[in-house]
Design a protein around this ligand. Structure first.
Ligand SMILES: *[C@@H]1O[C@H](CO)[C@@H](O)[C@H](O)[C@H]1NC(C)=O
Ligand SMILES: *[C@@H]1O[C@H](CO)[C@@H](O)[C@H](O)[C@H]1NC(C)=O
Length: 290
């Protein structure tokens, strides 16, 4: 939980979303992500968003092999993010990588401020488990442990809430972020070829329009020969549910101009917050501490 109510941040800035192709070579993935951040920063972005599991193939078997111990400082992937944030003076929402901590593995997003400091670490809260006999089985919970915390960070580009992939399906989490004054929710995520076309855009728009804030998502580019085929279609959605920028299945770095004044305007025009019926329902944040 950010400690101060007031902090300085840019109200208008350029956001870059890096929908990267991921391969089996971790060093190569790190080099590739570094180049993407460089391109994004040189293109004038102040905030850079990376995909879910950008340093490894999205597979149960890969997670333990590619995992890094972030807290122990034994993490070439997050070191690169920190170095790039500092040298390019950008805020980075570092997608996610498999994180090793003690005997546990997490699906973890590191957030770096433009001074290279680690602002926060989101461990995917809702794990993706499917098991359709004879068809498809993917159980993150076979290998991963769920996080047990919300992640809200104050950055140079506003107050940002982070969720990973399946986390986007839970409106309570986004509502809690909105109640905590978040301007934008970033969801690195890799929806599949069924849920992608059915729900990916819908969920982003729903989270944005329900809460009247910005939503940005970043998927890996699609690799049809991968074990897990990602839908792609990373997007940036405005507080009226409008698509500000999006891409298709291929690798792409694309940009959106963010203006937080839009949040104020939409909330003034449609003051949902003042019209809620607290006598009929309440949002309860069970982890809130002052
Ligand atoms: C996932 O990994 C665990 C442990 O490495 C293994 O026991 C399990 O069979 C794997 N599941 C799938 C679907 O590959
Ligand atoms: C994607 O996941 C859903 C469950 O969330 C499952 O029903 C579907 O079969 C999966 N599709 C593919 C192509 O893996």
């Amino acid at each position: 939980m950010p400690s101060s109510r007031y902090f300085w941040f840019l109200w208008q800035f350029k956001l870059a979303v890096c929908q990267l192709s991921i391969c089996a070579d971790k060093e190569q993935n790190i080099r590739h992500a570094r180049e993407a951040i460089q391109t994004a920063a040189d293109g004038g972005s102040k905030l850079v968003l990376l995909p879910e599991m950008w340093n490894c193939p999205y597979s149960n078997a890969s997670f333990p092999i590619y995992a890094e111990d972030i807290d122990a400082g034994d993490s070439p992937s997050s070191k690169m993010l920190s170095d790039m944030a500092k040298s390019k003076e950008v805020t980075i929402i570092g997608g996610s990588i498999p994180e090793r901590s003690g005997n546990h593995l997490y699906n973890t997003c590191c957030i770096y401020g433009k001074d290279g400091s680690l602002k926060g670490k989101h461990r995917k809260v809702h794990l993706f488990d499917i098991d359709i006999p004879g068809k498809i089985q993917f159980k993150e919970s076979d290998t991963l442990t769920p996080g047990d915390k919300y992640t809200v960070v104050d950055t140079d580009v506003g107050r940002i809430g982070v969720g990973i992939c399946y986390d986007i399906r839970f409106p309570e989490m986004a509502m809690t972020y909105a109640a905590r004054g978040v301007h934008m929710i970033c969801y690195p995520g890799a929806f599949n070829m069924t849920t992608g076309p059915a729900h990916w855009e819908l969920l982003q728009k729903a989270r944005a329009v329900d809460n009247q804030l910005f939503v940005a998502t970043c998927s890996p580019a699609r690799n049809p020969s991968a074990g897990y085929v990602a839908w792609g279609h990373s997007s940036v959605i405005g507080p009226f549910g409008e698509i500000l920028a999006s891409t298709g299945r291929e690798e792409a770095i694309f940009y959106a101009d963010i203006d937080y004044a839009q949040i104020k305007e939409r909330r003034m025009n449609m003051p949902l917050d003042h019209q809620r019926r607290g006598d009929l329902y309440q949002l309860v944040d069970l982890t809130f501490t002052t």
